[in-house]
Design a protein around this ligand. Structure first.
Ligand code: ZN
Length: 332
């Protein structure tokens, strides 16, 4: 199989070949969990795979033919055997009613193709009752149904959901990131991309994400607050005006890096997401007990989960709780 002809990005070739081999050897499970960081093109991967399954004359590489009637229906977004479940409003939860529709969709015979395909994206947007109502279908899916869960935060999914899916992880090596971005963005951005551990699409503008969230300015704020040069309440107010998902995402990464640094003697040995900020993070970590950083990390994790699954939470209150705790936990 020539990897240049595949319908996927270079860093997706191996997982693509893996699932295609499951199809050809008839080992495709009923449920897949496709995960990876931001910028890896997870939804596109899932959607290409769905098209490949539904196409009547898919090529040897698995690519859809783009000519058959199934392909035309997919293009027109009217294929009766494809269901995409996503939050009705961006950043909000996937509601139980949507999962009920999914369950009844899975119970009907496929209309057109041999299989039906359901994509849930982002899967972590299911709230607890949505996830619970999906369980039975995940456990005993009607024979011809394939359920694909797409998630950038698979650890936020209940174990009961995760354990019922075959996991496909998508990541990019630093060479793949550099090669993809080299003729698209300036060098500094490539370095940020490499330091962040995120996928290349996060940085070439293909994924619509708020890039105004700057890791460095979040770290500035954390440093200033712990030196009592900035007020935690003011900081929380500023943070709550930004995109909460991205802010929580980077704060979690910063905290994770600090935890790594607090448990080793030589900071140069740590493998960090924010490698370029290593020295500053190391200095900051020294000002906190490891237990304190864990405390903040747990809160961040819980709040991130909450804003992803609950439509009515107030982010300003969460940020206030975090920044006040941040100041209080600093070693005297
Ligand atoms: Zn086709």
């Amino acid at each position: 199989m020539d990897s240049n002809n595949l319908p996927v990005y270079p860093w997706q070739v191996k997982p693509w070949q893996l699932i295609q081999s499951m199809v050809t050897t008839d080992r495709l499970p009923h449920a897949l969990l496709i995960s990876g960081l931001k910028g890896m093109g997870l939804f596109e991967f899932a959607s290409n795979f769905a098209s490949s399954i539904l196409c009547e004359q898919a090529l040897e590489s698995g690519e859809q033919c783009h000519r058959c009637s199934a392909c035309n229906l997919i293009k027109a977004e009217t294929h009766p055997d494809l269901l995409i479940v996503e939050p009705e409003e961006e950043g909000k939860a996937i509601k139980i009613d949507q999962i009920r529709k999914l369950v009844s969709f899975s119970q009907f015979q496929s209309h057109y193709s041999k299989r039906k395909v359901i994509i849930i994206c982002p899967a972590e947007a299911m709230n607890t009752s949505s996830a619970n109502s999906l369980l039975k279908t995940l456990e005993e899916p009607p024979g011809d149904t394939l359920i694909i869960l797409v998630s950038q935060q698979p650890s936020m999914l209940p174990i009961t959901v995760r354990s019922r899916c075959q996991k496909i992880k998508i990541s990019a090596t630093s060479t793949e990131v550099e090669e993809w971005l080299s003729d698209k963005v300036e060098l500094e951005k490539i370095q940020t991309a490499l330091a962040s551990g995120c996928g290349p699409l996060f940085f070439d503008g293909k994924e619509e994400l708020d890039q105004s969230i700057d890791r460095k300015s979040l770290l500035d704020d954390l440093e200033l607050m712990s030196n009592k040069q900035k007020d935690p309440i003011d900081t929380a107010e500023q943070w709550s005006k930004k995109q909460p998902h991205e802010t929580f995402f980077w704060l979690l990464n910063i905290c994770q890096d600090m935890l790594k640094l607090s448990s080793i003697d030589n900071p140069n040995q740590a493998k960090l997401v924010n490698q370029d900020l290593c020295e500053r993070l190391h200095q900051l970590a020294k000002q906190y007990e490891t237990k304190g950083i864990f405390n903040i990390y747990d809160k961040l994790f819980e709040y991130h989960r909450l804003i992803s699954t609950n439509t009515s939470v107030k982010t300003s209150t969460m940020f206030e709780d975090l920044t006040v705790e941040w100041v209080n936990l600093r070693r005297l």
